[in-house]
Design a protein around this ligand. Sequence first.
Ligand code: BGC
Length: 416
Amino acid sequence: MLKLSQMATAVALVVAGSAAMAGEVEVLHWWTSGGEAKSVAELKKIMQGKGHTWKDFAVAGGAGDNAMTVLKSRVVAGNPPAAAQIKGPAIQEWAAEGVLANLDATAKAEKWDSLLPKVVADIMKYKGNYVAAPVNVHRVNWMWANKAVLDKAGVKSTPKTWDEFFAAADKIKKAGLIPVAHGGQNWQDFTTFESVVLGVGGAKFYNDALVKLDQKALTSDTMKKSLETFRKIKGYIDPAAPGRDWNLATAMVIKGEAAFQFMGDWAKGEFAAAGKVPGKDYICAAAPGTANAYTFNVDSFAMFKLKDAGAQKAQGDLAASIMGTEFQEVFNLNKGSIPVRLNMKMDKFDDCAKLSAKDFVDTAKAGTLEPSIAHGMAVKPAAEGAIKDAVSQFWNDDKISVADGIKNIAKAAQAQ
Ligand code: BGC
């Protein structure tokens, strides 16, 4: 039996111990739509379960442009969050600034090297050290369709080529419905654009033009055809698209106001949150001409160097939780993506996720797995931003000729 004074000391030690082990994590992300918010709530729950305090730092704005602007000002002010949603080549740029924490201890203890596809692990490392934890794999080259709308318009099968797509879109227009649900931000234009380039030119062309930024590919006839196809799609959107958020465009497909949307599978998170079932209420299909290719978009969190021991412990736990099986399953079921961790059971996932998982592996083998340029995976942020602007200007201004659109995009690709 402990004496009272001994007990008091023991209690004090436990309290002090847990105080040192628990910490606050302020997490910057841009997951604010219905499906996204449900997904990030799962991470919060897991962290709270470990005794940490979650400080939500959500900055609305699809694809994270606003979030990245806010992040820069916080870091410049010397007050970074504990963790931030940072992806692709931007991870390298932040690491080069010397502000990111080294996650190797967690990565080693949790065996990340053997649990991640190499293509993903490489993105998470700076000079061989892990500086970010991957969350998921989103596929970008999807086309979402409302089944009842297709039936109503007499579209018998999901279009597999762009010619089939425009024939279907004409039928939908005739039936008095909106063929394509589109929103009004440059990244949404860019998302559609990259699927068009992939569909028109194929994976090798996509890689030459939008990953290697090869000037010959960027000024080729295939790019001309891509821009013509891209512009043609605009004829099938509704006049209220400018300013619309991506999830509101998804809602148009969910409600049967529109037939199709070109969007990554975070859109599936919206269908799921609305209780819709793939195959029955809606269809997920590769964007026309892209069934044998895959544009990937891996979400990840980087941690910033912090002095407080509790905060550091919380960062380690956050990194370990993100790669843990519990989170990988529940988060991705809500988010529309697939687990990034290898060898996860997929039995709870729907057919779209199963197709994505299969195509991820198959396209990697076939050499047609490509990083998404519109979602920060393919090129450095400066070039990405400049090309995105040029693509969006072309989309929004019908007076820009295809020849000038090509010139502007090729010039933007030289931005450093
Ligand atoms: C992110 C997704 C997010 C989407 C819309 C993408 O860039 O990778 O996680 O759901 O933007 O905001």
